[in-house]
Structure formats: structure tokens, C-alpha cells
Design a protein around this ligand. Structure first.
Ligand code: FRU
Length: 498
């Protein structure tokens, strides 16, 4: 198998060719999920940014479209968002028509080269044909640079209560919030962040939205805030803050008020989920948001062993906000429910008692291991280690699981295949603290050719990582540190794609 066939994912979005980073401008309209992305169509490393475009009806089959927004004399087209302007508040469409408004950052690379520090500004493009084609707004930039070097990634949200648009953007070590009535005139409202949370690098790609707390009538606002470098396991990663918003200010909840740098509020603890944000205009319930992230890390993204194309997105996820018994709030992520439609149950067993320390869960005699979904529940006890081993007959092995002694999840990809393209790739074992105290551990695994997405405790703790085996992985086992264990429930699904 050529490298491309070996590594092109089965059920994760990749561009047909060349470089991709952040997801941008996602919205749902008239039956179509739109996904735009940071794209350099002329090379397989980062370069002058465009917005690539793809659409899907089911979040599984993506149809790549022509490039939506090209760079111009004001700069490259950096990350941003899009909203469906249902009431035509912008006036950019004819009466009775619905414009889609995208806001992005212009990055003036020329000015940067010449020593300027004000080379990023915010601009608008709009579509009058449901997102197929885009025009740049005449009055760009709509927000000039106020003297901040890193000033980018606007994300717009409608604020129902105060009948206004709110936009949040990243400004170095904080987020700035702007409000608008018409999407073109913006006023700075407040700022958040320079003394809270993790700051090992630059804040990027924020998202700010209301969400109803699961099983309650309470609504909180969540600020998703990507950070590079300085993530929990190094390099790029995404933290979040939960709080109240009164139309003018965002106040974090009690246990996040003085959140320190080494906190545990990370949307994903794995190394490969960055710059993720949510879709606009989905008709989901108030307690759900639809999210997608870039499945890579700036530490090695440009070096991963694919050439025709580089990087894929995570599987889309549904976010929910859960209030825990100790009154803390945690963002849970689970695979978007569209995956159920293609999940064909192939193995279902309860109360599997293993007398030995190893149990084969699935292998390639019965399963296609690169489009697999596994759900299992195991009762955790004592000081055991629960180690999953995904391996092939070339000796490649990706190990992950849970240590009950120190209450942590882990992923170790140091023997998972090709790792030498970057010393950062498998430098350390990634870990995540377990914040649930349930005796029953629930694990959901999504396996593609080069990625694993782990959802523990119904999505309370998530770890996403990529890997590049020398040949396809062929088996998945569960191994414990001592003999004897019971799997309460095991479900294995083959993902049946078109
Ligand atoms: C995040 C990021 C954004 C920026 C874009 C440029 O990965 O650095 O802050 O807009 O990538 O491609």
C-alpha cells in the first residue's frame, strides 16, 4: 500500500490535497452542514491561507467544494466564523433574503515582514447563495488592529437575551468581546482572561456560547479557548471556562474564579484536538452544541508522514455541560449521534469474566479495525492498570487506558509505528486525570486508520491522538496488571460507510 492509501482516514474529513489546519466558519443551513478550513492549496505545509470548503448532510460523507475565500492585498485569510443572518440584520441581502456572514482575520504577511506589529485585523465576507459563493464586504476591515500583535480568530454568536451579536476574538493572553447590532459595526465590550487559566503560549480560536446545563433549566455560558503552546500534554490544546454572562461581562463560576495554570478544564487531553469551535444555526436542543477540532498539534503538524494531503479533523462531537455533585461544571463530549446510523453491532456481551490478564476484544479476522467503534464498561478495583493494546504483526503497538492507583488515563504512542518525523510526537506519555468517581468505568473508542478518539465516563474526559503504523493495526486487546477482571458490558460496532 502506498502511504496515501495507508493513511487517508475512513471517516474523518481530510482535504483532497495539500495543507489544512483549523476548522472555520461552520454553520448548518437548509439541510447542509458547512465546514470551512484553513487551507494552503499549493503546498503540504502551512502557507498563504485560504478558506477551503466542504459540505455534508450527515457529518460523515463530505463533499469538498471550490475554495470559498482567497487571500488578497489586505492579507491571508486566517481563522474565523460564520453565522446565518436570519433577520438580515446586516442588510447585506435583499429584503426577505437570508445572507450568511463570515468574519475572518486578515493577516498581512507583507506588513509583518516589514516589522509592523499591527498586521492582523477583522473582516467580513458574505454569501447570498446559502454559502456556496462569497463576496468580500466593501468596508473591510471592520475592526482595525488596536496595537495588539496577536489579534485574531473572531467567533460570532447571537445573544438572544440582549438581542445583539457577540463576537469573541483572541488577543495574545486574553479574549476580547465585541457587540454589534448589524454584524458590520462592532464595539469593544469587555475582556477576559489574562490572569486566569493556562498561559503557556498564545490564546487562539475562542468560542463563546450559551448552553443549557444538562437535566436542568439553568443556562451557563462557555468560553472555549485554544492555547499554543502550553496545553496539558504539551503543544496545542483547548481549555474552557464556564460562567455567567449579563450582556456586558463574563463571570466564571465559583470553582473557576481563580483558576490556576495547571487546572483540569480541558476539552480534550490528547495531543491532537486543536482550534476546535462549534457550528452555528444547528437546530439542536439548547443543551447541545456541535463541535469539530483540527486533529493535529503545531509541534509536528507539518511533519506527519503524509504528502498528498496533511491533517484531518476530529470526528464531530456533541458538547453538553454537566453540573457535578460538588457544584463544578464540566463540558462533556461525545461522538455526534450521526455515527449511530452507520454503527453495525457485531459483538455484544455482558459479564465477561476473564480468568487471565488478557482478553482479545477484536481482531481483523472478524473486524475492519480501521473503522471500529467499541464501547465497554468495566468495574475498576484496587490498584489495577487497565491497558488496551492496539497492535499489528510488525510490532507496532498503541497502548492506552487507565491506572487506578493514580487515577489517570494515558496514551503511549512511542511504539505505534512511524514516530521519528518529530521528536515531540512521542516524547512523553500523554495523561489525563479522572474526574469522575464512579466505580464503573465507561469507555468509548473510535478507531480510524491513523487516529484514536477516547471518550471516558460518557465524555467527561476525552483523549484524541493520531498515529502512523507501519502497516494497518490488526488487533485490540485489554490487559490488566493482575489476573481476573470482569467486563460488565461490551459492544463492538463496525462503521459501515458508503
Ligand atoms: C490556530 C491558528 C489561528 C490562525 C490560524 C492561521 O491554529 O494559529 O490562530 O488564525 O491558525 O492558519
Amino acid at each position: 500500500l502506498g502511504e496515501e492509501e495507508l493513511y487517508r482516514p475512513n471517516f474523518h474529513f481530510t482535504p483532497e490535497q495539500n495543507w489544512m489546519n483549523d476548522p472555520n466558519g461552520m454553520f448548518f443551513y437548509e439541510g447542509q452542514y458547512h465546514l470551512f478550513f484553513q487551507h494552503y492549496p499549493d503546498g503540504n505545509t502551512w502557507g498563504p491561507m485560504h478558506w477551503g470548503h466542504a459540505t455534508s448532510e450527515n457529518l460523515l460523507d463530505w463533499d469538498e467544494k471550490p475554495i470559498a475565500i482567497y487571500p488578497d492585498e489586505l492579507g491571508y485569510i486566517f481563522s474565523g466564523s460564520a453565522v446565518v443572518d436570519l433577520e438580515n440584520t446586516s442588510g447585506l441581502a435583499e429584503d426577505g433574503e437570508t445572507p450568511i456572514i463570515a468574519m475572518f482575520t486578515y493577516h498581512d504577511a507583507e506588513a509583518e515582514k516589514n516589522g509592523s506589529t499591527t498586521f492582523q485585523s477583522q473582516a467580513i465576507a458574505y454569501s447570498l447563495d446559502q454559502g456556496q459563493t462569497w463576496k468580500k464586504y466593501d468596508g473591510n476591515p471592520v475592526i482595525k488592529n488596536p496595537g495588539i500583535r496577536d489579534f485574531r480568530d473572531p467567533k460570532i454568536q447571537w445573544d438572544e437575551l440582549n438581542e445583539q451579536w457577540i463576537m469573541v476574538l483572541a488577543a495574545q493572553d486574553k479574549s476580547l468581546f465585541y457587540t454589534s447590532k448589524n454584524l458590520t459595526d462592532w464595539e469593544l465590550a469587555f475582556e477576559f482572561g489574562n490572569k486566569i487559566g493556562a498561559h503557556g503560549g498564545v490564546w487562539e480560536c475562542p468560542d463563546f456560547f450559551p448552553i443549557q446545563v444538562k437535566d436542568s433549566n439553568e443556562t451557563k455560558w462557555v468560553l472555549i479557548q485554544s492555547l499554543n503552546p502550553g496545553a496539558y500534554n504539551g503543544g496545542s490544546g483547548t481549555q474552557y471556562f464556564v460562567g455567567d454572562f449579563d450582556g456586558k461581562n463574563f463571570t466564571p463560576v465559583a470553582d473557576q474564579k481563580n483558576l490556576e495554570a495547571n487546572h483540569t478544564y480541558w476539552l480534550d487531553f490528547g495531543k491532537d484536538n486543536y482550534a476546535g469551535v462549534t457550528w452555528a444555526n444547528t437546530n439542536m436542543k439548547e443543551d447541545h452544541k456541535l463541535f469539530i477540532g483540527w486533529m493535529s498539534n503545531w509541534q509536528y503538524a507539518e511533519k506527519v508522514p503524509t504528502t498528498k494531503w496533511r491533517s484531518s479533523m476530529t470526528f464531530p462531537r456533541e458538547l453538553t455541560l454537566v453540573k457535578k455533585e460538588d457544584s463544578s461544571y464540566r463540558l462533556f463530549s461525545e461522538p455526534a449521534n450521526q455515527i449511530d446510523k452507520i454503527s453495525k453491532q457485531k459483538r455484544q456481551e455482558s459479564k465477561i469474566k476473564s480468568a487471565e490478564n488478557t482478553l482479545l476484544l477484536a481482531d481483523d479476522s472478524k473486524f475492519e479495525m480501521d473503522k471500529l467503534r467499541v464501547k465497554l464498561k468495566v468495574t475498576i478495583s484496587g490498584n489495577k492498570r487497565y491497558t488496551f493494546n492496539l497492535s499489528n504483526d510488525q510490532g507496532d503497538s498503541l497502548v492506552f487506558g487507565f491506572h487506578s492507583a493514580d487515577n489517570t488515563f494515558f496514551i503511549d504512542r512511542s511504539k505505534s509505528g512511524k514516530i521519528n518525523f518529530s521528536e515531540k510526537f512521542a516524547e512523553k506519555i500523554s495523561t489525563a486525570p479522572r474526574t469522575s468517581d464512579d466505580d464503573l468505568l465507561e469507555v468509548e473508542i473510535l478507531l480510524d486508520k491513523t487516529s484514536i478518539e477516547l471518550f471516558y465516563d460518557e465524555g467527561e474526559t476525552v483523549m484524541t491522538e493520531i498515529f502512523f503504523p507501519n502497516s494497518p493495526m490488526t488487533q485490540l486487546e485489554l490487559i490488566t496488571s493482575e489476573d481476573n477482571f470482569t467486563i460488565e458490558d461490551l459492544n463492538i460496532y463496525q462503521l459501515e460507510l458508503n
